[in-house]
Design a protein around this ligand. Structure first.
Ligand SMILES: Cc1cc2nc3c(=O)[nH]c(=O)nc-3n(C[C@H](O)[C@H](O)[C@H](O)COP(=O)(O)OP(=O)(O)OC[C@H]3O[C@@H](n4cnc5c(N)ncnc54)[C@H](O)[C@@H]3O)c2cc1C
Length: 302
């Protein structure tokens, strides 16, 4: 594997860093070390996935690490995109946008806020890269990003390009149904449904509400558990609400604390390890099952 990674360093637009400190590469800030491949353009991306696959090296795609727990020592290299794009497209509102997967949702929210882009309020306040948000179909109670995505371009594990036309079956709650193992989303076409100053107000109010109700200054991975949709009874069970009712807000295990602001968030106050987080998740899952009968799946990936 090391030989294949070293070879990639000679490809223009590729930077390979072995045994890199990855603490800052996830929002939970767990101690983590691993191999990181940073890719700057689509030709480089084709070469990277093809070379890795030819050499039987499996890899993981890393966006902003806002929904991933990184293990202390990664066995697979991480592949992260850092594509340049013509930023002046965001100086004015456009009818549609073709944007790289590495652009941050914060940049897009600030554009939507400035011009009142209808439909773009759905991802207000979500820390993510565009690629990670599309992969997760990230959303808020204002909607999901899938609603404004029309096309997605991918590079497959064999270095081939694929264009996905989004339809009604492309996304479901926090899932996409088109990315296959090893595929890397590298850009997407986004649309909106007009300009409306009321959207800017909505975005600002929503951001204020999130700051009040979520621990946005702490190191977290967002909501740990998915909400459980009970289709038989037609109800949604909210993990955070149950953890709160169980009196576990503020519960601390080593350097991890269930957020006093929002019970579905786990704060890393310092030196927590990957294992600590998994232990805490296991404890909560067991307790939730015992008290509510519901098996809550995790939203965060590990
Ligand atoms: C404080 C906080 C608040 C949050 N609030 C919300 C919220 O309101 N709503 C919500 O939905 N989520 C929320 N999250 C979770 C997180 O922001 C989302 O899941 C987001 O979509 C993750 O994007 P990312 O770029 O960080 O992806 P990562 O966490 O890096 O990756 C997530 C998954 O996407 C894959 N992936 C990433 N980029 C690509 C790509 N280019 N091609 C293919 N696969 C890719 C990864 O392999 C991984 O499987 C929150 C997180 C935090 C820390």
């Amino acid at each position: 594997m090391r030989e294949a990674l070293n070879d990639l360093n000679s490809v223009p637009g590729v930077l390979v860093e072995l045994n890199k400190d990855l603490k800052k590469f996830s929002t939970m800030r767990l101690d983590a070390v691993g191999d990181l491949i940073t890719v700057k353009n689509v030709e480089a991306l084709k070469a990277v996935t093809k070379t890795l696959t030819t050499n039987n090296v499996e890899y993981r795609v890393l966006g902003w690490g806002a929904n991933m727990l990184l293990p202390a020592t990664a066995t697979k290299p991480y592949l992260q995109l850092d594509f340049d794009f013509e930023r002046s497209v965001l100086d004015n509102p456009q009818d549609e946008y073709i944007l790289p997967a590495s652009v941050s949702l914060a940049t897009l929210t600030s554009h939507a806020n400035k011009f009142g882009l209808k439909g773009w309020e759905v991802f207000t306040g979500i820390p993510a890269s565009l690629g990670g948000a599309i992969f997760m179909n990230a959303g808020t109670n204002l909607g999901e990003i899938g609603s404004i995505v029309k096309e997605v371009w991918l590079i497959t594990k064999n270095g081939e390009e694929k264009l996905i036309k989004i339809d009604g079956k492309s996304f479901s709650y926090r899932h996409n149904h088109f990315v296959q193992q090893g595929d890397v989303i590298y850009q997407a076409r986004l649309v909106h449904s007009g300009l409306d100053p009321a959207i800017s107000k909505k975005i600002r109010e929503y951001l204020e509400m999130r700051t009040r109700t979520q621990p946005l200054k702490e190191w977290t991975c967002g909501c740990v558990f998915q909400n459980h949709h009970d289709l038989d009874r037609g109800v949604t069970c909210r993990a955070g609400q149950f953890i709160d009712i169980m009196g576990l807000k503020g519960f601390t295990y080593k350097n991890l604390r269930i957020s006093p602001k929002h019970a579905n968030f786990m704060e890393n106050s310092g030196e927590s390890s990957y294992e600590d987080v998994l232990t805490m998740i296991g404890l909560l899952q067991k307790e939730l099952k015992l008290q509510t009968g519901v098996s809550f799946a995790t939203e965060v990936e590990y």
